[in-house]
Design a protein around this ligand. Structure first.
Ligand SMILES: Nc1ncnc2c1ncn2[C@@H]1O[C@H](COP(=O)(O)OP(=O)(O)OP(=O)(O)O)[C@@H](O)[C@H]1O
Length: 653
């Protein structure tokens, strides 16, 4: 018989709140059941073990080999949380990376087992990086919802996804701030601890069987650090996940949350085993942890050789801790456990050639769905993040008014031809130059992209496509917001066709400028460097554009640059569009008409055509549609470059 969602006592009416709450619980329950069903496989829970793993690098100067991690063994069972501790430079991050399969296999030796069998760890694990790369203008729920939309396969309904998001929000104690924005430089958002929990929650939403966390509590106060670790430990126990976290100086309470401890010193194991046994192990070695001391702090101080005056004494101490551990019963116990697991997996003849074989390797959503989901988020980010476009819109409108009042009704006298041309030059050059304003917004998004890509949320193609498509309407707004003031105020060539051409050229030049910005920022994702290079490139393009120095006078060495210069196509297109069809007036003097262009005919009529100017200045060859195609080609070239820059950038997971 189907169980009722809510039971009502006879004679009692249910309040609306009670009904809503029962419905919410029911939806969550169904979503969790659907989720558990969809993710359960033969690899329901996984124990991770490793035997004598080492990571060695070759010093580029001395060419000598150096062990960063040496002969480390251990095991983490489902539902257990392992803390990797050690002084700075002990090899914690290197060890975490090698275990997660993020190091070059050529530099790694030893064995890593999943349930006692070798397997590809990256398909059953998630690596949570230290940074909180989140979209600051989005709420906690929106950030996690985005992950849910991408990480669960298409069979999941919207309700299932929403319910799963709600569950993880509750599990990570984020209910109170679920609809608050993360925060940006302009808007104060949630606290650092909440931010960290949100970043972690959005990465472990699919409950991967193994979770690696690189210093999840760094930068947090002890209460926030405890809350973060507590949420992780709860999740590991509830869902039987194996969690491995590197950690710096945990408080006593946070330290007590861990099940196991790996203490590293100069890449060697100084202790591995149950957390609570570490105290007796060091006590047996003559280093009893004082009563009421924080054991985490005590061990770190004990093995921190950095500040010891005598280096050889420090080396000796580390070596002696390592040797003592290797001889200890704890080490024998781990080896026995790992061997037992290996032989069990052989005897039971697990039906997995490799445990990860039946784990999906592609992306949960198809190309089209990925693009649409990314576009939806980019749309929110671009509309809410004033760094993306709105600062530019404000600046362009102000500039349009400034230009309009300076070049006010520029007119058709031949003395104003230069003014007219310089207004075209300035419109293209300044608007394109100011695309640099988009660099900070893009770099913020890029960090998020990097994390999401390494977590296999989506591939590069949909991201680049979504980024391109989303920039189009915003650049149209930017173009319109400038032109609506500047065009009539300056008094440029009227008529629908002329105005449309002007808008198309300005829009396309902005699209190329924007594409160049994302391309350069993807190649060199450092704000000051990207800014300098984009500014340099735009400055250079202004020089070889053919306005200050006419095309025929540009030195041979820079001719190539003239032809790849996007500003040239936009400027020449706008000049051609504006001048052709106009008549300009010569200057009337006592000696007759003085005409700058048009020869005898002009003198006779005391005027000349815009075409005469175009021919004289070398713009006669400009063909509007060809120049439009050139700009479209440059957009494509930079976008392909952007795609390749992101694709080829080493993705370590
Ligand atoms: N690719 C590399 N080339 C040269 N040295 C390296 C390389 N990777 C790591 N090391 C060195 O190995 C040691 C361990 O580095 P690792 O970052 O793993 O330590 P850690 O314990 O995580 O340190 P911290 O707590 O300060 O982050 C350091 O001395 C580091 O300089």
């Amino acid at each position: 018989m189907t169980k009722p969602i809510i039971t009502k006592k006879p004679g009692r009416t249910l309040s609306r709140q009670e009904v809503e709450s029962a419905l919410k619980d029911f939806t969550l329950k169904v979503a969790n059941e659907t989720y558990e069903k969809s993710t359960s496989s033969s690899t329901d829970s996984i124990s991770l073990s490793w035997k004598d793993v080492s990571y060695t690098i070759t010093d580029p100067k001395s060419k000598k080999k150096k062990h960063i991690v040496k002969n480390v063994s251990g095991i983490v069972e489902p539902g257990e949380v392992l803390a990797i501790m050690g002084p700075s430079g002990a090899g914690k991050s290197s060890f975490l990376d090698l275990l997660a399969g993020r190091k070059d296999p050529k530099s790694v030796t030893g064995e890593i087992y999943l349930n006692g069998k070798p397997g590809e760890i990256k398909y059953v694990s998630t690596y949570v990086m230290q940074d909180d790369a989140l979209m600051g203008v989005l709420t906690v729920r929106e950030n996690i919802q985005f992950a849910a939309d991408l990480c669960f396969p298409a069979e999941f309904s919207d309700e299932d996804r929403k319910a799963r998001v709600q569950t993880i929000i509750e599990e990570f104690g984020l209910d109170r701030v679920a609809d608050n924005k993360i925060g940006t430089v302009f808007v104060r958002g949630i606290s650092g601890g909440e931010k960290r929990r949100c970043a972690i929650a959005s990465q472990v939403l699919t409950l991967p069987k193994i979770i690696f966390l690189d210093e999840p509590t760094t930068g947090l106060d002890s209460a926030a650090a405890y809350n973060v670790m507590n949420a992780i430990v709860d999740m590991a126990r509830r869902h039987k996940l194996a969690v491995i976290a590197s950690i710096h100086q945990p408080s006593t309470e946070t330290y007590a949350l861990f099940d196991k401890l790996l203490l590293l010193g100069r890449g060697k194991t100084l202790y591995f085993g149950k957390r609570e046994n570490a105290i007796s192990h060091f006590e047996e070695l003559g280093f009893a942890c004082p009563p009421y001391a924080n054991p985490g702090d005590y061990f770190l101080r004990l093995v921190n050789s950095d500040f010891m005056k005598d280096i050889s004494e420090a080396e000796q101490l580390i070596t002696s801790f390592n040797v003592s551990f290797l001889k200890s019963s704890y080490k024998l116990e781990i080896d026995a456990q790992i061997d037992d697991l290996i032989s069990k997996s052989d005897n039971e003849n697990f039906d997995n050639e490799s445990i990860t074989e039946d784990t999906p390797r592609g992306y949960p959503r198809n190309f089209f769905a990925q693009t649409m989901i990314i576009m939806k988020r980019s749309l929110k980010n671009s509309t809410r993040n004033i760094l993306m476009y709105w600062i530019r819109v404000a600046m362009y409108v102000s500039l349009a008014i400034l230009m309009g009042s300076t070049w006010w009704q520029v007119g058709y006298g031949q003395q104003h031809i230069g003014d007219r041309l310089s207004s075209h030059f300035f419109s293209v050059a300044f608007l394109c130059f100011m695309s640099v304003a988009g660099i900070p917004g893009f770099l913020e998004e890029r960090l998020v992209f990097q994390r999401e890509r390494s977590n296999r949320f989506y591939s590069v193609g949909p991201y680049v496509l979504a980024n391109t498509l989303i920039s189009i309407p915003f650049l149209m707004i930017v173009t319109l917001s400038f032109s609506v003031f500047a065009y009539p105020m300056i008094g440029l060539h009227g008529g629908m066709e002329k105005i449309t051409n002007f808008l198309v050229f300005l829009f396309l030049s902005l699209l190329v400028a924007e594409s160049m910005v994302v391309f350069i920022s993807a190649v060199i994702p450092i704000f000051v460097a990207a800014l300098a290079i984009v500014a340099f490139a735009n400055g250079f393009f202004m020089v070889v554009e053919g306005y200050f120095v006419t095309k025929k006078n540009i030195p041979k060495a820079w001719k190539w640059a003239h032809y790849v210069d996007y500003q040239k196509y936009a400027f020449e297109g706008i000049v051609k569009n504006d001048l052709s069809g106009l008549t300009f007036l010569c200057e009337k003097t006592d000696q007759g008409c003085f005409c700058l262009h048009g020869g005898e005919t002009a003198i006779k009529n005391c005027n000349f055509s815009g075409q005469n100017i175009l021919d004289d200045l070398g713009y006669g060859e400009v063909v509007i549609y060809k120049w439009v195609f050139a700009l479209v080609g440059l957009v494509l070239a930079f976008r392909v470059g952007f795609y390749l820059a992101l694709l080829l950038r080493k993705n370590r997971h």
